[in-house]
Design a binder for this molecule. Sequence first.
Ligand SMILES: [Zn+2]
Length: 81
Amino acid sequence: MPGPHCGHWIGAEAKYCRSADQVRHYLTGHRCPAHTPNALRGLPEVPPGPGRPREWATPLPTRTPTARDKRHLTVVKKEDR
Ligand SMILES: [Zn+2]
């Protein structure tokens, strides 16, 4: 089998895709445009190149203290015996 080919398993047809057209390598292996991880999830394709998708660059929201964090430690009274 010369060159990379799509290794996506098509369960409905019980065979591998094996398409060699515009195959790119992904974490899961070589995939044709129809079977990229994003395509299988119905997401738009991420163009190859440096940098990350814009949504990944969004900083995580700063954690706001909850009521539990603000609560002071309560003094436990010793019971008189
Ligand atoms: Zn494929």
